[in-house]
Design a protein around this ligand. Structure first.
Ligand SMILES: [Zn+2]
Length: 451
């Protein structure tokens, strides 16, 4: 049994309860107590972490849309439709070693920033399973599957099924595999049918891209005679087993289809802004009854993976879009980054809040940073300005300790489960090598597209 004592707690339970002088007990991988300090519950064999009132505990953050990569800050100043062919270059030249080092670097970054669960879509994902398994991260792996020429260099339905057979549910359930699919332009109707078959056969979830840029919606109308969401519905994809990345341009009728099916939307506010896609109508999505979670979209376009930044950006963009300062407050944003993420992954009963019986995915944030002080509480200890600090004044690097499935994987802001310096050095070498190969391929691959 382990105890975290004298800690402020942001539970994100159904009442958004906060506790000023709190205590958390962890039994194996499970939370067995969350509440006010209660010395009588601490047993003599308990391993105690006394926070002395200088830390706040909250649920680990959930990044529900990510693409691991070693390439960042390279394909800049491009609108999504111009950016995609350039991004494809890295996939045409990606090797299992590139993917492995991308997972090592990316998962390190996520953990250090307090993210305990990542839904990742990339290539050679047996490497992701191994890396996340050993490092201690919780992952949902959705292979980039595509088969429409000239995009047939991605993963296949066969390699996706192989990944499910080998890795789904491994590492005490921390590694979950899904049926992953790029989008309706890269992937055929047959591939969607295969994803549905894998969902039915193995009980795995499905993750794919919804509409990202308005130009994609007009292309879909011209090519398929319907919206991307209608097309997904016609292929039987809309269900509570589905989470959809982005959905920036989307009609109210399409929102209703997604809401009725119980599917979730993974909102990536920084990526959508940076790629010139627009501001997602999250307020209207939520009013339609859709569960909306947050995602970083990975280093390739974001260029960082820090869900604290996504919370702040998402809130600011909605307030600005609707000219309404009263919407998307701190409690709302903390839910989007935690329990809504858990719901996007069908995990709301297991993670996403600090409650008895849930998996111990917990982060501790040090309060000894100028931008988090002074901390104030109301008289009865039911409200604190700390909630606003966590959304609007926070940096991922303030995260001190990260516990996933009851295991401490980061302490004092350092990874415990692997050599942090070696990960950075390996990523540097591999990244430079990958860039050389990518650039060498650029002329021969991009020239015909440009002409
Ligand atoms: Zn994406």
């Amino acid at each position: 049994m382990r105890a975290i004592t004298h800690v402020s707690i942001v539970t994100v339970d159904s009442d958004d309860s906060v506790i000023r002088d709190g205590m958390i007990l962890i039994d194996g991988s499970t939370i067995s107590y969350v509440g006010p300090m209660n010395e009588s519950r601490i047993t003599s064999d308990c391993d105690i972490r006394d926070c002395n009132g200088r830390f706040v505990a909250m649920p680990g953050l959930v990044d529900t849309h990510n693409h691991s990569s070693l390439i960042r800050g390279v394909d800049e100043n491009l609108n999504l439709v111009d950016w995609l062919p350039v991004y494809d270059l890295e996939h045409r030249t990606c090797t299992p070693q590139d993917a492995r080092q991308a997972y090592r670097l990316g998962y390190l970054e996520c953990l250090l920033n307090g993210t305990t669960t990542v839904q990742d879509m990339h290539r050679f994902m047996d490497q992701a399973a191994q890396v996340a398994g050993a490092m201690g991260l919780r992952v949902f792996l959705a292979p980039y599957a595509a088969d429409v020429p000239p995009y047939d260099f991605f993963e296949t339905s066969e390699s996706n099924e192989q990944l499910i057979r080998e890795w789904h549910g491994s590492f005490n359930g921390r590694v979950q595999v899904e049926a992953g699919i790029e989008d309706v332009f890269y992937s055929s109707e047959e591939m969607y049918a295969e994803a549905l078959r894998m969902h039915e056969k193995y009980g795995v979830r499905i993750h794919t891209h919804g509409p990202e840029h308005p130009e994609e919606e007009s292309t879909a109308q011209a090519r398929f005679g319907m919206s991307i969401t209608q097309l997904l519905a016609s292929r039987g994809m809309l269900g509570d087993f589905l989470s959809l990345g982005h959905c920036v341009p989307i009609s109210h009728a399409d929102m209703d289809l997604i809401a009725e099916a119980g599917a979730s939307i993974c909102h990536c506010p920084i990526s959508a802004a940076k790629l010139g896609c627009g501001i997602t109508p999250v307020k209207e999505m939520e009013e339609a009854g859709i569960n909306v979670s947050l995602g970083s979209d990975g280093p390739i376009d974001n260029n960082s993976m820090d869900i604290f930044q996504e919370m702040k950006a998402a809130s600011l963009l909605q307030k600005a879009k609707y000219h309404d300062a009263s919407i998307f407050d701190a409690r709302h944003m903390l839910r989007m980054a935690t329990i809504n993420g858990a719901r996007s992954l069908g995990m709301e009963d297991s993670i996403g809040s600090l409650e008895v019986g849930k998996r111990a995915d917990i982060i501790l944030i040090g309060l000894d940073h100028p931008s988090l002080r002074p901390v104030c509480w109301n008289d009865d200890g039911t409200d604190t300005n700390l909630l606003w600090a966590l959304v609007f004044a926070m940096q991922g690097t303030f995260v001190d300790t990260v516990i996933v499935d009851g295991n401490t994987v980061v302490e004092g802001g350092r990874l415990l489960t692997d050599d942090q310096g070696e990960i950075l050095d390996s990523a540097q070498r591999q990244g430079e090598d990958w860039m050389r190969r990518r650039n060498a391929a650029a002329d021969s691959i991009l020239a015909p597209i440009r002409d």
